[in-house]
Write a protein that binds this ligand. Structure first.
Ligand code: NIG
Ligand code: FE
Length: 416
């Protein structure tokens, strides 16, 4: 099957010159092509052709993209999109002055959602989550990571991973499962935390590996959750089994998570709101992606991660929604890009690099996706506008015209 994506106003290639990642000033170069069309054979980009030499009759299908722009499909690399229940009551409490951490200490927060998940079946969770995945697809997302972490027992964590696996078979985009059994301590183990760490290491991780239920292992390194030592033990075991590592760390407190993650060559460290200067240098010297989640700072109304310093030092910076019911009930990559530009000083071009190639790097998929280069997958986010600034300038509005996964149109608006 040979397809032509014909005559877009701009192709924002996010060209990496085959480096498949962007650091420093390179994040600011979007590699825009004008007066070109994209040739796709089956699921792969094979050529960029100047419009004036194209013979349209040579193609099985031609998509006329006059007046539209093409970007790499967005890579949503950090979500907790499978959950049950609502935390709107906690949101109200926060509006009256309670903090996220206070609510968590009283048994609300993550444990509130754990209760709701434990009371839901696989089928119920699939039904609840479908609309969320659809919503990501309608916003140009072609690769979506989803974490467990609201089960916190062998049975319920496996249940969540099965739901994520099922969503991947239902939808045409790629959905990647992350095991986050170490999200917080469940009520049953509040007085014997080491026992829960042992359950993760001895029971959950081997079963998940054997049944191929997750690609990544994640944890929450925080004074209210797991210590750096506990994370290190869990990660060492996970790595031994072949899991790739990601870590929630430096969100509220610095307790050694970053050093632990870097020591084990984690793919990404996520949050980083309280990152300090010496840690910025450590990240810049590493291959680990700094995944920033400005939706959390906005939704919980506290400080933002030092994006500017990270980029200027040469660290690999990605952006994600962290979509979840408590700290970022924001299912909108464009709003995240807006916050990254307005609140963290990122340029429009940097937010695009952060949501495409560098997000792909954080999932170890940067050789296949994340930029529009010959040989890469034909995953496109196509917008009904003629300049890419509009995507961010439109402030959370969805300008998507079509979403293309593996060369196939998987979503298209009626008119734009
Ligand atoms: O990424 N930091 C820990 N976990 C999630 C929040 C989950 C929740 O509040 O339900 C996060 O912010
Ligand atoms: Fe998260």
């Amino acid at each position: 099957m040979k397809r032509l994506f014909y005559n877009p106003e701009q192709i924002v290639t996010v060209n990496t010159m085959e480096k498949n990642v962007k650091r420093g000033a390179d994040m600011n170069y979007p590699g825009v092509l004008e007066y070109f069309s994209i040739v796709v054979e089956d699921d792969i980009i094979t050529e960029f052709v100047p419009n004036h030499v194209i013979k349209r009759t040579e193609f099985d299908e031609v998509f006329d993209l006059t007046g539209k722009i093409v970007l790499p499909g967005l890579v949503e690399s950090h979500t907790h999109a499978v959950f049950a229940g609502s935390r709107a009551d906690e949101f109200r409490m926060r509006l009256s002055g309670a903090t996220y951490e206070e609510i968590a200490k009283k048994g609300g927060g993550i444990l509130n959602t754990v209760n709701a998940v434990r009371n839901s079946s696989v089928d119920e969770l699939i039904e609840i989550s479908k609309g969320r995945v659809e919503s990501f697809i309608r916003q140009g997302v072609t690769t979506l990571e989803i974490k467990s972490g609201y089960g916190l027992s062998f049975y319920d964590e496996i249940k969540l991973l099965q739901v994520i696996k099922e969503l991947d078979t239902i939808f045409p985009i790629d959905i990647l499962p992350t095991f986050l059994g170490a999200h917080t301590f469940p009520p049953e183990y509040q007085n014997d935390k080491e026992k829960y760490v042992a359950v993760i290491i001895e029971e959950m991780l081997p079963y998940i590996k054997e049944n191929n239920l997750a690609v990544f292992t994640d944890a929450f390194c925080e004074s209210t959750a797991f210590t750096a030592k506990q994370v290190e033990r869990i990660f060492a075991a996970a790595k031994e089994l072949g899991f790739k590592l990601k870590l929630h760390t430096e969100q509220f407190n610095r307790i050694g998570g970053l050093e632990t993650a870097l020591g084990l060559n984690a793919l990404s460290v996520d949050h980083l709101e309280v990152l300090e200067d010496d840690e910025i240098q450590m990240l810049a010297d590493s291959d680990t992606t700094a995944t920033l989640l400005p939706g959390v700072s906005f939704f919980l109304d506290y400080g933002y991660a030092p994006a500017r310093k990270l980029i200027d030092s040469g660290a690999i910076v990605a952006l994600a929604t962290d979509y979840n019911p408590g700290s970022s009930h924001i299912l909108n990559p464009f709003l995240i890009m807006l916050l990254a530009s307005l609140k963290m000083g990122m340029t429009i071009e940097e937010t695009i690099s952060a949501y495409t190639i560098n997000a792909a790097k954080s999932l170890d998929l940067n050789e296949e996706i994340g930029s529009l280069e010959i040989g890469k997958k034909a995953d496109f986010a196509i917008f009904g506008t003629n300049t890419y600034s509009d995507i961010i300038y439109s402030a959370g509005q969805n300008l998507i015209y079509a979403t293309v996964k593996n060369g196939e149109v998987v979503y298209k608006v009626e008119s734009r």
